[in-house]
Design a protein around this ligand. Structure first.
Ligand code: 5GP
Ligand code: ZN
Length: 152
């Protein structure tokens, strides 16, 4: 993967954290990614993983700045003791909000790693669902496949 030159925004709070201009409770850092404790955790150990490239939404970030995010998240899951084999009742969510309507407050892409140890702390999910409608799904699938065929 080719290396894209980093982009930073001097006014962005997460860019300032990456550059050490404001403090953070840093956990892991690589050439492309940085992780630190969320300042207002919804559960103990709530951690943010960010690319070292400024962009508000996922598609603004070049692939090389995303390549460390999931491997880093896996290390953090282990560090936080969230995947101890046989440990019943412990889980975690990985959340990445894009856009104000989708609950994004900080316009620098970030992945929340949120421990789920009980019903009171951590992520609560409201997820309205529709009944399976195979005609609508099939039509959409066809449209998307046609778009994929026409894209490079
Ligand atoms: P969003 O709603 O944009 O997905 O989440 C932004 C997250 O960033 C929030 O959970 C908030 O607590 C966290 N946050 C905002 N400012 C700071 C900061 O200065 N330091 C740290 N460590 N976390 C922050
Ligand atoms: Zn930024």
């Amino acid at each position: 993967m080719s290396k894209t030159a980093a982009v930073h925004d001097a006014t962005c709070i997460f860019c300032k954290i990456i550059k050490g201009e404001i403090p953070s409770f840093k956990l892991l850092e690589t050439e492309h990614a940085y992780s630190f404790l969320d300042i207002q955790p919804t559960a103990a150990g709530h951690t943010l993983i960010i690319p070292k490239y400024h962009g508000a939404k996922l598609t603004d970030i070049p692939d090389d700045y995303l390549q460390d995010v999931l491997p880093m998240t896996k290390k953090l899951v282990k560090l936080l003791d969230l995947d101890i084999v046989g440990q019943d009742g412990i889980g975690y969510n990985l959340l990445q909000n894009n856009g104000k309507i989708a609950h994004q407050e900080v316009p620098h892409v970030h992945f929340h790693l949120i421990p789920k140890r009980d019903t009171k702390t951590g992520l609560g999910v409201q997820w309205p669902t529709a009944e399976p409608d195979f005609e609508t799904l099939g039509k959409l699938h066809k449209e998307l496949l046609a778009k994929l065929e026409n894209s490079d």
